[in-house]
Design a protein around this ligand. Structure first.
Ligand code: ACO
Length: 426
């Protein structure tokens, strides 16, 4: 039996019936009800309570702190999978067999190289250009090299361009990093796996082969798995929104990179380190927390639109911090972070608002221990999120319910005014 919600306009007595399906009512059904002659709409800045698509990729239960990709718990994937295996799962809906995984890894390896002319583009950026800006511009520029991606309805072309971008993203990121350091680019080494090769392209000096500690490679895999997708967040919404006008996947991912760059989204881990540095030592924490409670400061790395419990990714990263610090030595800011977390979790302000550490609270500490400058932190988020963006892109452009994104507004500007010639303006 269909559930129905009745909505009555008290002043006129007009009544409409809204069928409830999957816990939602159709916003367009509200159009039937006229209020002061105008069809009724909803007002929802930031999409707090508006579903914009059906999706079978990622499931989050924010109250329970659950995150699943295609039904698999992220904890299990972080424990047992590699990033490329997880990317395959996100894109195809199933974990690969051993043969499928080997083919997929081979395909991605074949697409690691950047077009030569893209190096010229990278060389043209200012010496201190932010790597996220270079990444965003270069991702968009890929379309000029692969215009076949415009036909997103062609399955083979779409698969090819998805593999191209997943293959090239670490190379692009590493080149942006080396450009900032004025160091020569290191070409991909096909004998290395995805994360090992990435570390080599970043940190290789004059040695013939780059030997990375396997524990660091594993830490990188885990971080990449945890960042691979997160359903309809700000950057994914940007990807889907740009896809809705019929764009190629490079343009869409470039929009995702731009959205991710913001300090309230992927840029938060950079902001966390800045905050921890400003606090400096545990004895300064009470003063900082008091400033947060007065609304003068924001506790970066805390709070989430969806999680009203501990972010499951933060739990895993918190554990990984210890492993990484075993190899690299302890970052003294860890003590500040741990004490800050303890104080916040026991404070009524944070408890009543259900503010818990999110994925970014500890990830910056690991990235810094691995030798990355803060400007690279969001780039390290963008590389793995590319798989999620592409899975969401693919789902979006094949969705029969897809309509071009075009929200309503409530106009608050001036009413009609007569034009005043420039000579007569006061
Ligand atoms: N520090 C202090 N207070 C906070 C914080 C915070 N980090 N986050 C939320 N609040 C407070 C708000 O001031 C508000 O209080 P009020 O009810 O007294 O006005 C209440 O909690 C609700 O917060 P909103 O801003 O309405 O929550 P929203 O869902 O819009 O924001 C966001 C979520 C942007 C993540 C927010 O919690 C925030 O700014 N956090 C810090 C930045 C951050 O860590 N971002 C990374 C998120 S994870 C990711 O993107 C990968």
């Amino acid at each position: 039996m269909t559930e129905v919600l009745k909505l009555c306009h008290e002043a006129t007595g007009d009544e409409i019936s809204l069928p409830v399906s999957e816990g939602t009512v159709r916003a367009t059904d509200l159009l039937q009800l006229k209020v002061r002659g105008e069809p009724l709409a909803t007002f929802d800045p930031g999409f707090f309570n508006t579903a914009v698509c059906h999706s079978a990729i990622t499931y989050i239960d924010g109250d329970e702190g659950v995150l699943q990709y295609r039904g698999y718990r992220v904890e299990d994937l972080a424990e047992n999978s590699t990033y490329l295996e997880t990317a395959y799962l996100l894109l195809n809906g199933e974990l690969p067999t051993a043969g499928q995984l080997a083919d997929w890894e081979q395909t991605i390896t074949e697409h690691r190289q950047l077009p030569d002319k893209l190096r010229i583009l990278l060389n043209g950026f200012p010496y201190d250009a932010h790597p996220m800006s270079m990444l965003m511009a270069s991702t968009a520029a890929f379309f000029t090299f692969y215009p076949d991606s415009q036909d997103y309805t062609d399955l083979a072309s779409r698969a090819l361009n998805i593999a191209r971008l997943i293959g090239k993203m670490p190379t692009l990121a590493a080149f942006c990093y080396r450009k900032g350091k004025a160091k020569p680019y290191v070409d991909p080494d096909d004998s290395y796996g995805y994360c090992h090769n990435f570390l080599a392209m970043l940190f290789k000096q004059a040695e013939r082969k780059y030997a990375a500690d396997p524990r660091l490679i594993r830490a990188m895999e885990v971080l990449f798995i945890l960042h691979a997708d997160h359903e309809q967040n700000c950057s994914t919404n940007a990807v889907r929104s740009v896809a809705s006008s019929g764009n190629d996947l490079y343009t869409c991912v470039s929009a995702g990179v731009g959205a991710l760059h913001g300090p309230l989204h992927g840029g938060a881990n950079e902001a966390v380190l800045k905050m921890l540095r400003e606090i400096g030592s545990p004895d300064q924490i009470p003063e900082f927390v008091a400033a947060v409670k007065r609304g003068e400061r924001r506790m970066m790395g805390f709070g989430h639109r969806v999680y009203k419990n501990y972010d499951p990714r933060a739990k895993i990263i918190r554990k990984a911090v210890a492993d990484v610090f075993d190899i690299t030595g302890v970052n003294p800011l860890l003590r500040v972070a741990q004490e800050l977390e303890k104080i916040a979790l026991n404070d009524e302000y944070f408890a009543s608002r259900k503010l818990y550490p999110n994925v970014d609270f500890y990830s910056g500490l690991i990235y810094e221990a691995l030798g990355f400058p803060p400007q690279m932190f969001t780039v390290l988020f963008a590389i793995p999120r590319t798989a999620g963006w592409l899975a969401q892109y693919q789902e979006c452009v094949t969705d029969p319910e897809l309509r071009i994104a075009r929200p309503k507004q409530i106009y608050t500007g001036a009413g009609h005014r007569s034009y005043v010639p420039i000579a007569e303006r006061g």
